[in-house]
Write a protein of this length. Structure first.
Length: 241
């Protein structure tokens, strides 16, 4: 059993798991601290969520979890979200034994931060060039031919309350039914605002918003709405008149 865990986080991730960027550093840290488990997580977007990492740590019997943001420049808004998500997770434990969760200070406050910047400035550089791929292409002139566009919220609140599991479950359910992007296009989004109804999913062009669409509801959602064309009325999110 490893009593101490360290979770290295990224604030919002739009498609790239931070472990690919910090893998080398974490490998070196594991050698320095063989009794510590290192994990990565995201506040929102794709990739393992902070609450998933905390769940894993608790299930392993960790005594302490230190959460550190890999963002080099502090962001007060993101720092507040980290604290909110961790506080939500602690409240959800409802009396069960939970590890002592600590939030590390900003990397800019670390003594080696100046040396890190100096190493980047003085190290190898790559010349900017005009031969990069263009930002437009004839391949992107037309709207794809999908019948429905499903927006899965991966903002901080939805990510903390099952949005990641919902997104994965929808992908798996569509694959099992032989449906691809030409049938249903899935897009992970940032915050879509009715956060208290998390996890939130919207379907267009049907203009249907779902509240509390957890992973265990996905099969029915896919079969009745995305395949059958009938919204599951009892799961619709509340809307203004």
């Amino acid at each position: 059993m490893n009593e101490r865990w360290v979770v290295v986080t990224a604030p919002t991730d739009r498609g790239e798991d931070p472990r690919d960027r910090v893998g080398g550093a974490l490998a070196a840290l594991r050698k320095r601290h063989p009794d510590t488990v290192f994990r990565t997580a995201v506040l929102g977007g794709s990739g393992p969520t902070i609450t998933e990492a905390l769940d894993e740590a608790a299930q392993s019997g960790a005594a302490e979890v230190v959460i550190v943001s890999a963002q080099t420049v502090p962001d007060r808004k993101m720092d507040a979200w980290f604290a909110r998500v961790v506080g939500h997770w602690l409240r959800e434990q409802d009396g069960t034994a939970a590890p002592d969760v600590r939030i590390a200070g900003s990397l800019t406050d670390a003594p080696g931060y100046t040396d890190l910047l100096d190493a980047a400035i003085g190290g190898p550089t790559t010349a900017a060039r005009t031969t990069t791929a263009p930002i437009t292409s004839p391949l992107w002139d037309e709207v794809p031919g999908f019948a429905r566009h499903v927006l899965v919220c991966r903002g901080p609140r939805c990510s903390a309350q099952g949005g990641a599991e919902t997104g994965r479950a929808i992908d798996e359910a569509l694959t099992e039914r032989g449906l691809g992007d030409d049938d249903v296009l899935i897009t992970l989004t940032g915050c879509m605002f009715p956060c208290s109804q998390a996890p939130v999913v919207a379907v267009y062009p049907d203009d249907t918003w779902y509240a509390g669409l957890t992973a265990d509801r996905v099969d029915r959602f896919v079969d009745e709405h995305l395949v059958g064309g009938r919204a599951v009325e009892q799961w619709r999110g509340a809307r203004r008149g």
